[in-house]
Design a protein around this ligand. Structure first.
Ligand SMILES: [Zn+2]
Length: 658
C-alpha cells in the first residue's frame, strides 16, 4: 500500500469546505493562566505554496520577570540553520544529517525585513552575537531604552520565511508543508534573581529548543484546497479571496507554534478520556494510502494521552494533532514534537500490525508534550531531561498499552519488549557522561546513546532498585512541581532524593556525571566434593596420614562463586545460583565501597549448575549478555549469551528518531 503511493497522480487539489471552528477554550475546561506567560506572540502569515515561502508580521509582547534590567533582546532565527553550509547546524552535522540533504533549490532561511519598537525602526541595529562566526541562527537587538524588572516591551517584526525542502523537522515536500521553527523567537532569561542572563543558543545538529511559555494568536492565510493543522484551537475561519482563506488559531500556556498544510490529507479523530473526567480530541492527519497506519497512530496517541495524564499531570489542552507525513517527507518531517501537535512516522511495509514502530513513534512524540511541552527543560543544555526521561516513560506506557512482554513486537509468535530492547543495546556511551550539553558531545551517536538510551537505562535501574511504585510516585511529584516551568537536572535529582527519602548522590554522581557503566560478570564458579581434611597431620610419632578412604566424600559440595564489577558504577545486585537438584539460592552483593569483586562460598548437597547475575533484570546499566552462565561437569563456566540480540535490537532502535 505504501509503496504504491510513490508517483501516484492525485489530480489537481480541489477546494475543501471551510473548517469548523473549535468550540473548546485553548486550555481544557478554560481557567486562569497556568504559566507566567512571559513571551506572547501575535502573527499574521501568508503561505506562498509555490515558492514555499511565508510572508508574515509578528508582534511579540515580552515581560521581564527577572530582577535585573535588560538592554539587549536576542532572537532565534532557526531557519537560517538551513541557509548554507556555513551554519553551525550544517558544520556540526559532519555529514550525518537528519532527513533529506539540501538540494540547490532546497535551502531555507529566515529574513527579518524590519523590526520596530514603539514606532521606531531598529532594523539597522540588528547584529549577530559576538561569537557567532558564520552562523546566522541568532540575532541580537540592542535597545534604546532598557526593559526594567517587571516591565513589558512590544516588538514588531516583518519577516519572510523560506522553507527548506523538508529537512530536520521542517520544510516542504511537494504540496506538503510542515512549518516549524519558522518565526523570530526570543531567548529565555535564566540564572539567579538579580543576575539573570540570556539563554539563546545557535542551532546545532544535536540541540533542540528552549523557550518561555505564553499565548499565541496566529492567523494563517493558506490555499482553500488545504487541510490545516496547527498548535492551539481554531477560533476563526474566513474566505480571503483568490482561492485562499485565513484560519486563526489561539493557544495558551505553550512555548511554540507549528503548523501543517497539505491538499491531500484526510483527518481521523477520536477521544482520550482523562482520569479527571475530561476528554481530549485526538486528530490524525494522513494521506489516504496511510489510512491503516492512521488508525494505529490514533489508538497509540489516545492511549498515550490517557496513560501519561494518569502517570504525571493531566494533558491541559483540548486537542492533540498527530501528523503522519507523506512517505517522501517522513525522514525529514516525521517524529517531532510541538505543543498540541506532533509528527509521527514508522509507517512501512515492515511495520505489520504487531510490529509497533508506528505506535512507538507516536507514543514517544505525544510523550514529549509532557517532557518538553509541559516540563520545558533547556534542550540545548540538558537534552536528556526530555528525550531520556521521555524514553523511560514511553517504555512504561508501551508496556501498559500493549503488554509487558510484547510492548514493541508481537508478530508471528515473536515478542519483544521495549525496555529490554533498549537494555540489550550494548552501545558504548562514548567519552561524555549523560549530563553533557547537547552541542558538546563528540558526535551525534554519542549524543543519542547518552541522551536517550543511557538515561532510560539509568532511570530503569533506579526504579527497580527503590521499587517501581515509589519511583512512579516521585516522578509524578516532579511533574506536578515543575509543569509550565523550566526544570533542570538538579530539580529532578533533588525531587527524587527527597521523595525517595534518601541521598541518591551515590547514584546520580557516577551515572549522570561520569563516563562508565556496570560491567558485571562471573569471574569464577565451581564446586568440589566436600570431605573431612586429608593429608599428613601431627609430628614424629603422632604423625598420621588421612587418606581418601579415611576421609571419604561426605556427599555434599563446596561451591565457590566470584562475581566482579569492572565498571565504574556500583549498585546493589542480586545473584541467583541454581543447583543440579533443582534448588536455588539467592545472594545479594552491595559493592558500593567494598571493592570490585566478591567471593561467595556455599556448602550444598547438590552441584552448582547455573549462575544468574541480576536474574530479574533490574540493572539496566549493564550489558546483560554477561549475566547468565552454565557451569558444566568439570567446573568451567560457559557464558550463555545472546550477543546477536544486541546487534538486532540496535538496528531496530535506530528506526525511531528524536
Ligand atoms: Zn524525542
Amino acid at each position: 500500500m505504501v509503496v504504491a503511493a510513490c508517483g501516484r497522480d492525485r489530480g489537481a487539489p480541489r477546494p475543501r469546505p471551510m473548517p469548523k471552528i473549535d468550540g473548546s477554550p485553548a486550555l481544557r475546561g478554560g481557567g486562569a493562566a497556568r504559566s507566567p506567560r512571559i513571551a506572547n506572540y501575535k502573527i499574521e502569515a501568508r503561505l506562498d505554496p509555490v515558492k514555499h515561502q511565508i510572508a508574515a508580521t509578528e508582534t511579540l509582547t515580552w515581560t521581564n520577570t527577572g530582577e535585573s534590567s535588560v538592554d539587549t533582546l536576542p532572537f532565534h532565527l532557526y531557519l537560517n540553520a538551513f541557509k548554507n553550509e556555513q551554519s553551525l547546524f550544517m558544520r556540526s552535522s559532519h555529514g550525518v544529517m537528519r532527513g533529506a540533504h539540501a538540494s540547490d533549490t532546497g535551502w531555507g532561511y529566515l529574513q527579518i525585513e524590519s523590526v520596530r519598537i514603539a514606532g521606531v525602526d531598529l532594523t539597522s541595529k540588528l547584529h549577530p552575537p559576538a561569537n557567532a562566526g558564520s552562523d546566522e541562527t541568532v540575532v541580537e537587538l540592542p535597545l534604546v531604552q532598557p526593559v526594567a524588572p517587571g516591565a513589558t516591551i512590544e516588538v514588531g517584526f516583518k519577516f519572510t520565511a523560506q522553507l527548506p525542502e523538508v529537512f530536520a523537522r521542517t520544510g516542504y515536500k511537494g504540496e506538503f508543508h510542515m512549518v516549524g521553527q519558522w518565526f523570530p523567537k526570543i531567548g529565555v532569561r535564566v540564572g539567579p534573581p538579580g543576575a539573570e542572563r540570556w539563554e539563546c543558543q545557535p542551532l546545532h545538529i544535536n540541540t533542540e529548543f528552549f523557550a518561555d511559555f505564553g499565548t499565541y494568536d496566529v492567523a494563517l492565510t493558506v490555499p482553500n484546497t488545504d487541510t490545516v493543522a496547527a498548535t492551539g484551537v481554531l477560533t476563526n475561519a474566513v474566505d480571503a479571496g483568490r482561492g485562499q482563506r485565513t484560519l486563526t488559531y489561539h493557544a495558551e500556556d505553550v512555548h511554540d507554534f507549528a503548523w501543517m498544510t497539505d491538499p491531500y490529507m484526510d483527518v481521523m479523530s477520536g477521544q482520550a478520556k482523562l482520569p479527571s473526567a475530561g476528554t481530549v480530541e485526538v486528530r490524525v492527519y494522513y494521506r489516504p494510502e496511510h489510512r491503516e497506519f492512521a488508525r494505529r497512530h490514533l489508538d497509540a496517541a489516545t492511549g498515550a494521552i490517557e496513560k501519561f495524564s494518569a502517570m504525571f499531570v493531566p494533558y491541559p489542552w483540548p486537542i492533540m494533532s498527530v501528523i503522519d507525513p507523506p512517505v517522501d517527507a517522513a525522514a525529514g518531517a516525521g517524529g517531532m514534537e510541538y505543543p498540541t501537535l506532533v509528527t509521527t512516522g514508522g509507517d512501512s511495509v515492515f511495520a505489520r500490525p504487531g510490529v509497533r514502530f508506528p505506535e512507538y513513534t507516536t507514543v514517544h512524540e505525544v510523550g514529549h508534550n509532557w517532557f518538553q511541552g509541559l516540563l520545558a527543560s533547556n534542550e540545548a543544555e540538558e537534552a536528556w531531561l526530555d528525550e531520556g526521561v521521555n524514553d523511560w516513560a514511553d517504555a512504561r506506557v508501551m508496556a501498559e498499552l500493549y503488554g509487558q512482554r510484547s510492548s514493541l513486537i508481537d508478530w508471528m509468535g515473536w515478542q519483544a519488549e521495549l525496555g529490554a530492547m533498549g537494555r540489550a543495546i550494548a552501545g558504548d556511551t562514548g567519552p561524555s557522561p549523560i549530563a553533557t550539553a547537547a552541542y558538546a558531545f563528540v558526535d551525534s551517536t554519542a549524543y543519542s546513546e547518552a541522551t536517550y538510551i543511557a538515561t532510560m537505562r539509568a532511570l530503569q535501574t533506579l526504579e527497580r532498585t527503590v521499587g517501581s511504585q515509589r519511583f512512579a510516585a516521585a516522578m509524578k511529584t516532579y511533574s506536578k512541581a515543575f509543569a509550565f516551568r523550566h526544570p533542570t537536572g538538579r530539580d529532578l535529582f533533588d525531587t527524587l532524593s527527597s521523595e525517595l527519602g534518601q541521598d541518591l548522590t551515590w547514584f546520580f554522581g557516577p551515572v549522570f556525571h561520569q563516563v562508565g557503566r556496570l560491567e558485571l560478570s562471573l569471574r569464577h564458579a565451581g564446586c568440589r566434593a566436600a570431605h573431612p581434611p586429608r593429608g599428613v597431620f601431627g609430628d614424629a610419632g603422632a604423625r598420621k596420614t588421612v587418606t581418601e578412604v579415611e576421609a571419604p566424600d561426605s556427599g555434599t559440595w563446596t561451591c565457590e562463586v566470584v562475581i566482579q564489577n569492572t565498571g565504574t558504577i556500583h549498585v546493589p545486585v542480586e545473584i541467583e545460583l541454581n543447583f543440579a537438584d533443582g534448588s536455588s539460592k539467592q545472594l545479594r552483593w552491595d559493592d558500593r565501597g567494598t571493592g570490585n569483586w566478591e567471593r561467595f562460598v556455599i556448602e550444598r548437597s547438590s552441584r552448582l549448575v547455573e549462575v544468574w547475575i541480576d536474574p530479574e533484570n533490574k540493572i539496566a546499566l549493564d550489558n546483560p549478555t554477561t549475566h547468565h552462565y552454565r557451569i558444566d561437569g568439570d567446573g568451567a563456566a560457559a557464558l550463555r549469551a545472546g550477543a546477536w540480540f544486541g546487534a538486532f535490537a540496535q538496528a531496530l532502535m535506530q528506526i525511531v528518531g528524536p
